[in-house]
Design a binder for this molecule. Structure first.
Ligand code: TRP
Length: 456
């Protein structure tokens, strides 16, 4: 165990895992998805999705990771189905071997998905760095409603710049991950997460004191139930899984570094709380600003990159708040890319016996290659998000729920979950969710994604 690394403290794990969860998903994707889906109704369904499905899956992933002490591939392989869990079983041996290989496949899918998500997520993370520089140099002051589309377009279609930004962001990620679990990931999370909260608080005060802020708050917080629809539910569920970093073994991997004496229900509840709080605050910052500037909240993915710069250019203090906002986004993205890279790195350390430094660099360089098409084409990036960010993550989360619910079994999983805590008050509900509610919800998402072509 010690050669793989461990979290140095309980707070360290909570901050690192919250850092993973809190990312572009919270500050970029959550607000535009909320805007696109009619505001408060989406927020309401999202909160239910977090409590009813995402938190139970988070608990399942962390427990599976801590129980096995392994990366996703190793974790699925270590918990073998059938009696005697772990040893070769005589009679139905073939059947067990077969299912064993299949379950390992869910782990492999997670590692592959890690590569792919890292490749396009880092491109968007690179945009946040690019806009941070635009904000710092004051270039953002020249952005208006009339030219914002063109500024954005010439930025994303500058191939050399895009590849440099991608490489820069991957370099930062590799730099941290190569330094290890407690000396790298945990140390940086302990610095970056409080900075992130501080910036968020500043921006919140600025936004809420803008004129016409109340119209934004009404859109965001007063549900209009006529906006309720099936796609809204699908997008809220998908957003909840993505935001909590579920479905590709990130939380299995982070769970594998957790001490046996730690209280899992307590720590995971904190992670879900921070993740939800920060997404909620991001909306609380962005919607008043949008209504202040009289712009359209349903602007889609361009919300943060095309609309906010215009607002910063007009708003009192925008010269300070603009750079702060994009710095916030970059930090949030970094603690997330770290956690995505950590999955293939842990796999390489455990299964391929590579050392951490080498693993981080090699995987970083491969990811740069895989990311170039996304850096050069927004359409390609969208396709990659559909395949890996929507489809593959949903399949992975379904795999985790079924595996923990029916193969590892909830009774055994609960032994792990309650180790280190006196009791788990919601054990009954957790079982209900993992065995029935979660798999059903994911089937709904898959229908939405595959049949209706919903993408989020
Ligand atoms: N949760 C992060 C965000 O909201 C992104 C992320 C990090 C992620 N690790 C993940 C998403 C693993 C899915 C799976 O931006």
């Amino acid at each position: 165990m010690s050669s793989r690394g461990n979290w140095g403290s309980k707070v360290g794990f909570i901050l690192a895992a919250s850092g993973s969860a809190v990312g572009l998903g919270n500050i970029w994707r959550f607000p535009y998805t909320t805007g696109k889906n009619g505001g408060a109704v989406f927020v309401l369904i999202y909160l239910v999705a977090i409590l009813v499905v995402a938190l139970p899956v988070l608990i399942a992933e962390v427990a599976l990771g801590r129980f096995t002490g392994k990366n996703p591939v190793g974790a699925f392989a270590a918990v073998r189905p059938g009696p005697g869990g772990g040893g070769p079983s005589p009679s139905p041996g073939r059947r067990i071997l077969k299912s064993l290989m299949q379950w390992k496949l869910v782990g492999y899918l997670g590692v592959l998905t890690g590569f792919m998500i890292l490749s396009y997520y880092s491109v968007i993370a690179g945009w946040t760095v690019g806009y941070f520089f635009k904000a710092v140099t004051g270039e953002i002051q020249q952005i208006t409603t009339a030219n914002t589309e063109q500024v954005y377009h010439s930025f994303v279609s500058n191939p050399l710049l895009q590849i440099c930004l991608l490489a820069f962001f991957l370099f930062l990620t590799v730099f941290v991950v190569a330094r290890g679990v407690s000396g790298g990931i945990e140390r940086f999370a302990k610095i970056l997460m409080p900075v992130l909260l501080g910036i968020l608080a500043l921006l919140l005060v600025r936004s809420l004191t803008l004129s016409n802020a109340s119209a934004g708050l009404a859109f965001y917080l007063k549900p209009d139930f006529s906006k309720f629809s099936f796609p809204v539910v699908v997008e809220a569920l998908g957003q909840a899984f993505f935001s909590m970093s579920l479905g590709m073994g990130t939380m299995i991997t982070y769970g594998s570094y957790v001490n046996k004496t730690e209280n899992l229900p307590g720590s995971t509840a904190w992670i879900a709380f921070f993740d939800t709080l920060i997404a909620f605050l991001a909306g609380l910052i962005i919607f008043p600003a949008i209504f202040h500037a009289g712009m359209d909240p349903a602007g889609g993915p361009g919300l943060v990159f095309k609309i906010l710069p215009v607002i910063f250019a007009q708003m009192p203090g925008g010269l300070i708040f603009g750079p702060l906002f994009f710095l916030l986004l970059s930090i949030a993205a970094l603690t997330s890319t770290i956690s995505v890279l950590e999955v293939p790195v842990a796999f390489a350390i455990d299964e391929l016996k590579l050392n951490r430094r080498k693993a981080a660099w090699i995987i970083g360089i491969i990811t740069l290659g895989v990311g170039i098409p996304s850096a050069l084409s927004e359409n390609f990036l969208g396709l990659w998000n559909y395949i890996w960010g929507n489809l593959s993550l949903s399949i992975g989360a379904l795999g985790v729920a079924i595996f923990v619910g029916y193969v590892w079994k909830t009774s055994k999983a609960l032994l792990e979950i309650t180790k280190g805590s006196e009791r788990f008050r919601f054990a009954g509900f957790w079982i209900l969710s993992i065995k029935y509610i979660t798999p059903l919800s994911i089937v709904l998402i898959l229908v939405g994604i595959i049949v209706l072509g919903i993408t989020f």
